[in-house]
Design a protein around this ligand. Structure first.
Ligand SMILES: Nc1ncnc2c1ncn2[C@@H]1O[C@H](COP(=O)(O)OP(=O)(O)OP(=O)(O)O)[C@@H](O)[C@H]1O
Ligand SMILES: [Mg+2]
Length: 113
């Protein structure tokens, strides 16, 4: 199983959500976050401000999927959010060791799908 964690522009969530649903992801979590990347949160209007103040609002999208589905999920997120401009966001992929569906006690892939 893979954990896919994407930091995207908040206004792109409306496109990411249906794209993930079309792929048949078994579930997803999203939350508003604030962060910065290479430009330390600087935008045109914030140039010159102290970078510590420039935490840019982003939306974190979090999904755990099968190994087989992971690349398709990454590709779908990129397709839905890429503009080519600074601050398009970032995706992190990592290994998930186990999952538990609390209601039934199912483990691993059984708990996902
Ligand atoms: N190394 C990182 N660790 C944790 N979060 C990160 C990291 N890099 C980026 N982020 C998150 O992703 C958001 C968007 O990052 P951003 O797209 O600006 O990355 P970047 O590396 O600066 O790329 P670009 O040069 O295209 O802007 C940040 O606001 C932050 O929330
Ligand atoms: Mg950036």
């Amino acid at each position: 199983m893979k954990r896919i964690e994407a930091y995207i522009r908040p206004n792109r969530l409306e496109d990411v959500q249906p794209a993930l649903d079309d792929l048949g992801v078994p579930g997803m979590t999203c939350e508003p976050v604030r962060g910065y990347g290479r430009q330390h949160g600087q935008t045109d209007t914030l140039q010159g401000s102290h970078y510590a103040l420039n935490l840019v609002p982003k939306t974190k999208v979090f999904v755990v999927v099968s190994d087989e589905m992971a690349e398709a999920v990454v590709a779908a997120i990129v397709k839905a959010v890429q503009t080519g401009e600074l601050g398009d966001g970032k995706i992190f992929v990592s290994e998930v060791h186990d999952a538990v569906r609390i209601r039934t006690g199912e483990r691993g892939g059984e708990a996902l799908y």
